[in-house]
Write a protein that binds this ligand. Sequence first.
Ligand code: ZN
Ligand code: ZN
Length: 376
Amino acid sequence: MAKEDYYAVLGVARSADEGAIKKAYRDLAMKHHPDRNPDPVAAEQMKVISEAYAVLSDPQKRQLYDTYGHAGLEGYSQQDIFRGVDFSSLFHEFGLRDFFGQGGGLFDSLFGRGATTTRRRVRKGADLKYELSVTLEDVAFGAEKTVTIPKRETCSTCQGSGAAPGGLETCDRCKGTGQLVREQRAGYSVFRQITACNKCHGAGKVIKQACPDCAGKGFLEKTKELTVRVPPGADTGYAVRFEGEGETGADMPGDLYVVLDVARHPVFERHGDDIYVQRDIAFTTAALGGKISVPGLEGDLDLDIPVGTQTGTIFRIMEKGIPRLARKGKGDEYVIVKVLTPTRLTRQEKDLLKKFAELRQRLEGELPAEKDKHKK
Ligand SMILES: [Zn+2]
Ligand SMILES: [Zn+2]
């Protein structure tokens, strides 16, 4: 059954921010919450919108979804998808009864055992997440990184059993059946209780001699090197998926997601595709104007400071920011100037500034325009 697009479900644009997504979810929840709408279809709808919200409100899941569609979240179980959201406090905030909460709410009926087993036949290993720290330069220019991940490999000597060749023997507690049967008589009735054998854990065989290669674990701890392509424009939370590199599963291995974490830059601050830099300028430059040089991602940039620039003025240098991910163009660089007031003036500087102050006051009519009488 084709799943509906999460953005369409919530009725928001793909560019919608956190606030817009939350508002859309709130409005729909107010309409479909079982306390407000007795129709069973509404409860089903509640599940659909909550799933969409759980994905789109989580930056990492949203990015997976944006990049790969529903396929990006294949490795997540229903519980995994919902786990990231604190629905309890969310509903509290909305003034609605919490039904996703622990202790027999709607969560259990919607995502109960029946639903999960029929939905997921393939037993896939767990997905793994690897956080990769990168620099702002890495995401500005693109980079290739090598990550070394621990990887469990099934031991080829024992095929994962953990026993040396011929080192398995029939369990003496359960006589190889893997089950223990306990009978209890009560009058004419006999109760039979069957449990998994606690010695062989239901396998029917026990290890007499451990496999020498894996010390009885059945797997070997190895490492694997993977090359991660960091595309220009990627940001924290951007995930690169390596299919089948996750934990081994009964039927198929899970996937590995290498998730980027862009480190803070000592000079630039990133906001989306734009970068911000603060630059101190002398008060004389601010007053008289001039050309200054400012740091840029690809080297220093020239910036014209106009006459009479105030502190806090923001200048924009077009197309000197971060490349737009998978699109043409770049963000901009913003330069916030801070006018520095000089300290520790020399005597001569002080005199000049006093003179300046006097001229200024006279100009503004605060002092009579007569011949200077404070002259020393
Ligand atoms: Zn082995
Ligand atoms: Zn046994």
